[in-house]
Design a protein around this ligand. Structure first.
Ligand code: SAM
Length: 391
């Protein structure tokens, strides 16, 4: 048995609570192999025991599942099966330039994970979890860039201890997201902004779908998308609201890419982009709607407060801020907020997922009022808050 070290001198022991005793009893019961053996064989508890055992195994094996998924995505298997229908292992082995035996192994693994399905005549088709991934460039890009995240997570305690010297040199997320590690992001060379900007543009529909389903742009005249990347959301907004003028504010190299997108889409008359550092430079004034999509969780409280104050100053009186990103503490999406983004942003080097309550407090501290939740269809992808500037 491990001994628990005493608290450091000067630290008071935690105050006990009435719930400690029944919870300690439950913990001892669940930790007892004898109790688990009994629960697995007793007819009324058997199904709970099996479900729990499966849930624990899924946590143990999660990395393996992710890598099966990555192999399928790298082979473009889902896209291929959607476009051409079920295929034999021989055909897939030839397409993927893999030995037949490895292909069959991968296909069986993917079937077990419901990514694929065994079909008639020894062929394989899309499974219920693989079909939604087919032809979704955003999800594929998210899955592929996890190779950088997993490098950081290979030694989770090193990451949690913040021991940068022990981390693999510059191969992980801090390199992928260079603005998280500098106080002068506007001086970053364009080449360093490209990979994450492409990922954000590819995955932006996941967020835009949630926001535009939940909120109508019809009553607004001028939208400023702060940290709007290469203008993917701005273009969607301009299409759904043809009366709207739209501006993106982002780092100079990213704003230049947004301008290119607007030109290619024939939207330059209504869409523009300005480059700068949103912590240092004033934001373009006059918008009656500002969007902050997947921006706030990248930064610490002090920086967020500075940014929110700058947004308040840029908005017209009575203007609206729409903030959308995955929130912490969201019922049904706790894994996304607290487990995934908590660790992801730690690896990135800055920021954290925040609960609705913490975001509300920051918005009020920055001078916003009438803060309200904007319900979204899939909080797993994005939750949203609306806030107003005083009139
Ligand atoms: C996580 S991305 C989100 C992009 C976009 N809103 C989306 O949802 O696809 C954050 C964006 O903020 C921009 N950004 C980060 N720090 C910035 C700064 N100090 N000034 C201006 N833009 C910044 C990045 O270049 C990036 O485009």
């Amino acid at each position: 048995m491990h001994s628990v070290s005493p608290p450091p001198p000067g630290l008071a022991p935690p105050t006990p609570h009435w719930s400690d005793t029944p919870l300690a009893w439950r913990d001892r019961l669940l930790a007892s192999p004898r109790f688990r053996r009994w629960a697995q064989s007793f007819p009324l508890t058997r199904w709970v025991a099996r479900r729990r055992a499966t849930a624990v195994f899924d946590l143990v094996a999660g990395f393996v599942y992710s890598q099966v998924l990555l192999a399928c995505v790298q082979l473009r298997l889902f896209d291929l099966l959607l476009a051409e229908g079920p295929q034999t292992p021989h055909a897939l082995a030839a397409r993927g330039k893999l030995p037949l035996a490895s292909t069959e192994r991968l296909l069986r693994a993917a079937v077990a994970l419901q990514l694929l399905e065994a079909r008639a005549h020894g062929r394989f088709g899309l499974g219920p979890l693989g079909a939604p991934l087919a032809a979704d460039a955003g999800l594929a890009a998210m899955i592929e860039h996890h190779t950088a995240l997993y490098r950081d997570l290979a030694q989770p305690l090193t990451l949690l201890r913040g021991d940068a010297s022990a981390a693999p040199a510059g191969a992980g997320l801090s390199r992928y997201w260079p603005y998280a590690g500098t106080d002068a992001p506007d001086t970053l060379p364009p080449g360093q902004l490209l990979a994450y900007s492409e990922l954000m543009a590819a995955s932006q529909p996941l967020v835009a779908d949630q926001v535009l389903q939940a909120y109508s742009l019809q009553d607004h005249r001028r939208l400023l998308d702060v940290g709007g990347g290469t203008g993917a959301f701005a273009c969607r907004a301009a299409y759904v609201a043809p009366h709207l003028s739209v501006q993106v504010f982002d780092l100079p190299g990213v704003a230049a890419l947004a301008r290119q997108r607007f030109e290619q889409a024939g939207l330059s008359a209504r869409c523009s982009a300005e480059g700068g550092d949103f912590f240092e430079d004033p934001l373009p004034p006059g918008a009656d709607l500002v969007t902050l999509l997947r921006v706030v969780h990248d930064h610490d409280d002090a920086r967020v407060l500075r940014l929110l104050r700058a947004v308040r100053l840029a908005l017209v009186p009575g203007g609206t801020l729409l903030l959308a990103e995955p929130f912490a503490d969201t019922p049904g999406a706790e894994r996304m907020g607290d487990a995934y983004f908590g660790m992801y942003l730690l690896a990135m080097g800055r920021g954290e997922p925040r609960s609705e309550a913490r975001l509300r407090a920051l918005l009020l501290a920055a001078g916003f009022e009438k803060v309200q939740r904007l319900p979204t269809a899939l909080p797993l992808q994005a939750s949203a808050l609306l806030a107003k500037t005083p009139t």
